[in-house]
Design a protein around this ligand. Structure first.
Ligand code: FES
Length: 100
């Protein structure tokens, strides 16, 4: 008998375009952690939503933040910009590859 379902938290898929890199995006961890565990090279610094080093743009999907005011303007949020270091996925997401 397998107890896997008891221990497996739900996860979604985070895909990067146009590279096509795809990782498991765990619902209970910031997107940045999932990207890194999946081998995606993504820049970061503060990891708490203030420095904007990790700023990326979401093509589709939605995220939520556990901090009150991540360093994004309402306009940026409306354009799909996200801070993966403190953004938690609500479902499958597609991100534009980070341009270094
Ligand atoms: S790493 Fe600083 S805002 Fe994300």
């Amino acid at each position: 008998m397998s107890n896997d379902s008891l221990f497996a938290p739900p996860f979604f898929i985070a895909k990067c375009e146009p590279s096509g890199q795809q990782v498991d995006a765990w619902a209970d961890q910031p997107l940045l952690d999932s990207l890194e565990s999946g081998g995606v090279d993504w820049p970061s610094s503060c990891r708490n939503g203030t420095c904007r080093t990790c700023l990326g743009q979401m093509v589709s999907g939605s995220v939520h933040y556990e901090i009150e005011w991540p360093g994004l303007t309402p306009e940026e949020k409306a354009e799909g910009y996200v801070l993966p270091c403190c953004a938690y996925p609500d479902g499958d997401v597609v991100l534009k590859d980070h341009e270094f």
